[in-house]
Design a protein around this ligand. Structure first.
Ligand SMILES: Cc1cc2nc3c(=O)[nH]c(=O)nc-3n(C[C@H](O)[C@H](O)[C@H](O)COP(=O)(O)O)c2cc1C
Length: 170
């Protein structure tokens, strides 16, 4: 895979992602590395448009991606099982994005944790109500997926600031 070609995709075509491809993405997520190999991260696949419409309103700044995407995956983790639930969820999200990209499927990370909706209600609580998620779970983010409508250039190595890499000492 060409990692510099990977981009976040927020606009999607109408093409349906096959169930097999969705399973391939989820399989990678299920085996994502996790602290002490606890594997406490769980995934809720949302395809229903009515539910997707509700998800668009989970944050103050409305993003229509869940509605326009072919499907979304809400990433949740049992907070009582692992104190690294945020890190574990992040790894799973990242792997899903890379696996999807490798299959020609675009995706976008939509942050939930630490956000509020237009009424000031915690976005995690909003999502938990919509999807009937038990209290002990944290909701880090959701990821929207679909075949890319927008075309984005990949990155060039020369664009990044090499000063961020340190050797031996800061
Ligand atoms: C932790 C995290 C949170 C993000 N939250 C959002 C978000 O809420 N909405 C959104 O449109 N993009 C979100 N993104 C996507 C970033 O905006 C995107 O990765 C960044 O602009 C770089 O673009 P690229 O992925 O094409 O390289 C998020 C990405 C990360 C890693």
């Amino acid at each position: 895979m060409n990692f510099l070609a990977r981009r976040t995709i927020r606009e999607y075509t109408e093409e349906v992602v096959s169930e097999e491809k969705i399973q391939e993405i989820l399989k990678v997520a299920l085996f994502a590395p996790s602290s002490r190999n606890k594997r406490g991260v769980e995934f809720i696949v949302v395809r229903d448009k009515k539910t997707a419409a509700k998800l668009t309103e989970c944050k103050k700044i409305i993003q229509n991606m869940p509605l326009e995407a072919d499907f979304s995956v809400v990433v949740i983790a049992d907070k009582t099982l692992s104190d690294t639930w945020i890190e574990n969820s992040s790894v799973a999200l990242t792997l899903m994005q890379l696996k999807a990209w490798d299959m020609g499927i675009g995706s976008c990370w939509m942050q939930v944790r630490g956000r509020v909706d237009k009424n000031g209600i915690d976005s995690e609580e909003v999502i938990k109500r919509i999807l009937e998620i038990p209290e002990k779970y944290g909701v880090l983010a959701l990821m929207t997926f679909g075949y890319p409508k927008e075309k984005k250039e990949g990155y060039e190595f020369s664009e990044v600031n090499n000063d961020r890499i340190h050797y031996e000492k800061y």
